[in-house]
Ligand binder design. Structure first.
Ligand code: ADP
Length: 605
């Protein structure tokens, strides 16, 4: 059947959207594909249509239970009912019925969670049927360097390579830097897959950043942003506690119908918030980043970040939930410089302290030495299985120090202590890796902060980060483009003064110390290290310190300066900065960003 006719027959759609036809043609021709498409574009159709056209079964691996259910429901609503899902929420009788149906080839499309692939009995049953197409949704979860690594995704390759035939592989994601794309090809072992990148740009999303100097200024900025706002929206907060008090505050002070959402709520509470939001009972959810994957509410008009996102990938995915109906929507990030420290603290603590890993390691050994041959996964979960501990488990599995057993009831991964040679080497390796990851995550965070501090088009920088170019001119693009319409660039000597100061200091200093030196601060550590003797000391004494800080930040954002070191990052000149120092006497700054001289003497912040 002609593809367009099939589209009409099964889905009653008239046209393919960008990228869809290509992906579908390739997979029907048994070509592996990695497709990168923006949220809301219609990734699901790229496998749903082939699923109904192919003779065998299409298996979709998807990370979120709620997402699967939505997909199955919406297909049933279209009378496409040869579809089912297998996850931990269905009971045993249902499970058996569905497995029987699957093995009889009754389903065209089967959704499973990646955890399923730990279950060897499930895999054994599955290998009896013919899988035409294997789909990996949210494929960025394969990459440890992406923003949502899921170790279970690493089992996918083994799973399909152990089949006695080779299904076609289709990997889908909305956000993948070139490095993450490479990881996806590598970990799925599909080096020759066609790459279809329909671009990540979401032209209907307006992006703005509101910078405030102090933490306490964030709330008034939020109030201002939400003034008269009654549309549907999501507000992201840094911590569970923040999401709770903010939600109460918004209801009380602005009369907004809100609820909070975070991983600390129980399953029922979380589904209730989702349902209330989807059903329109509440119009704003204040959430941690636990919220949102798979939220397919078309008319979300705004996404506000009241916190610093962990990476540009995470940010793009989170704002991607706005405007899925393609109508204009607003994405606001409210930022105070202190936010960065909080995120850094979260990274350090999430990735783990060595002592904690030692305790976990001892517990594992104890299980084994007590003659316990099987360790139910829920025992391990009591140890707060964060990323580093999961890595330790994966390493032990790789070395066959632990062996996976078939799970008897459906939900428990059971580990069997195999030949245990509890060498501390793995621990060392895992710790070293954890440290590497801490640094990596801090680099990701720095990229966000530089993006915030930069003065050129927000969209352009974001797209460049994902290895793309801005394709066309947007009328309603971002705050930086608006500023460029309103204001002039003025040539200023001040940025050069700052760069000069960085150059002549014999000891590298951080942002704050540099601002103190330029301001001419009399603080003890400035005097005791004789910074008051360097030529640039007090050179900007007549300027407000916050403005000096902003100038330094914009030099960072625009790539004249960089920071090095994770605990106490110090400023260094980049090549671009060195070049500017050699060849220029002034640099362009926006007229409102140029530090104003303080009008009244003695009015120091
Ligand atoms: P994504 O997974 O890329 O975020 P979805 O697959 O959930 O997006 O699709 C978003 C919406 O677009 C869905 O409601 C889907 O039915 C609709 N859609 C997909 N393809 C088409 C098309 N060719 N024509 C009309 N609507 C489509």
């Amino acid at each position: 059947m002609e593809l367009k006719a099939a589209l009409k027959k099964y889905f009653n759609f008239e046209q393919f959207r960008a990228g869809q036809r290509e992906v579908i043609e390739y997979v029907l021709n048994k070509q592996d594909v990695l497709a990168v498409m923006p949220t809301g574009q219609g990734k699901s159709l790229c496998y749903q249509l082939p699923a109904f056209m192919l003779s065998g079964t299409t298996l979709v691996i998807s990370p979120l239970v709620a997402l699967m259910k939505d997909q199955v429901d919406s297909l049933w609503a279209k009378n496409l009912d040869q579809v089912t899902l297998i996850n931990s929420q269905i009971d045993f009788i249902d499970y058996q019925e569905r497995m029987t149906g699957i093995s009889q080839g009754n389903y065209k499309l089967v959704y499973i969670a990646p955890e399923r692939l730990r279950n060897s009995r499930f895999i054994e049953q599955l290998s009896r049927i013919k899988l035409d197409l294997l789909v990996i949704d949210e494929a960025h979860c394969l990459s440890q360097w992406g923003h949502d690594f899921r170790p279970d995704y690493l089992n996918i390759k083994d799973f399909y390579q152990n089949l006695n035939y080779r299904p076609t592989i289709l990997a889908l994601t909305a956000t993948a830097t070139p490095m993450v794309q490479q990881d996806i090809l590598h970990y799925l072992d599909i080096p020759r897959a066609k790459l279809i990148n329909s671009g990540s740009d979401r032209p209907n999303l307006y992006m703005e950043i509101i910078r405030v100097d102090k933490e306490k200024d964030k709330l008034p900025a939020l109030r201002e942003t939400l003034k008269n706002q009654r549309d549907n929206g999501i507000i992201y907060a840094a911590t569970r506690k923040d999401s709770e008090w903010l939600s109460v505050w918004l209801a009380r002070h602005l009369g907004i119908k809100t609820a909070c959402y975070h991983a600390g709520l129980n399953k029922d509470e979380r589904s209730r918030v989702q349902e209330d939001f989807l059903g329109g009972k509440i119009n704003t959810v204040v959430a941690t980043n636990a919220f949102g994957m798979g939220i397919d509410k078309p008319n979300i008009r705004f996404v506000i970040h009241y916190c610093l996102p962990a990476s540009l990938e995470a940010y793009y995915q989170e704002i991607g939930r706005a405007g899925r109906d393609n109508l204009p929507s607003r994405c606001t990030l409210i930022y105070a410089a202190k936010d960065k420290q909080l995120q850094e603290w979260i990274i350090d603590n999430d990735v783990i302290k060595r002592d904690d890993l030692v305790v976990f390691w001892r517990a594992l050994k104890e299980y084994m030495q007590n003659g316990t041959s099987v360790i139910p996964i829920y025992h391990l979960e009591e140890h707060n299985l964060n990323e580093t501990k999961q890595r330790l488990l994966v390493s032990m599995l790789e070395r066959r120090q632990l062996i996976k057993l078939a799970d008897k009831d459906q939900d428990n991964l059971i580990l069997e202590a195999g030949v245990v040679k509890a060498t501390p080497d793995i621990m060392k390796e895992v710790m070293a890796e954890a440290e590497e990851r801490i640094n990596f995550r801090k680099e990701k965070l720095n990229a966000v902060v530089n993006w915030i501090n930069g003065s050129s088009c927000r969209r352009e920088i974001l797209l460049n980060y994902f290895g793309e170019q801005k394709q066309f001119k947007h009328d309603n693009c971002c705050d930086a483009c608006d500023r460029a319409k309103r204001l002039n660039l003025v040539e200023s000597t001040l940025p050069i003064e700052v760069l000069k100061c960085v150059k002549i200091l014999t000891r590298n200093v951080g942002r704050s110390k540099l601002a103190d030196i330029l301001k001419g601060s009399k603080a003890k550590d400035i005097i005791s290290f004789s910074y008051d003797k360097v030529p640039c000391y007090g050179q900007m004494s007549s300027f407000n310190r916050n403005k000096i800080m902003r100038l330094i930040d914009s030099l960072l954002g625009d790539g004249y300066l960089m920071q090095q070191g994770s605990e106490y990052p110090v400023l260094m000149l980049t090549e671009k900065g060195k070049n500017a120092l050699e060849n220029k006497k002034t640099l362009p700054v926006w007229e409102d960003a140029a530090p104003q001289q303080e009008k009244t003497a003695g009015l120091i912040d």
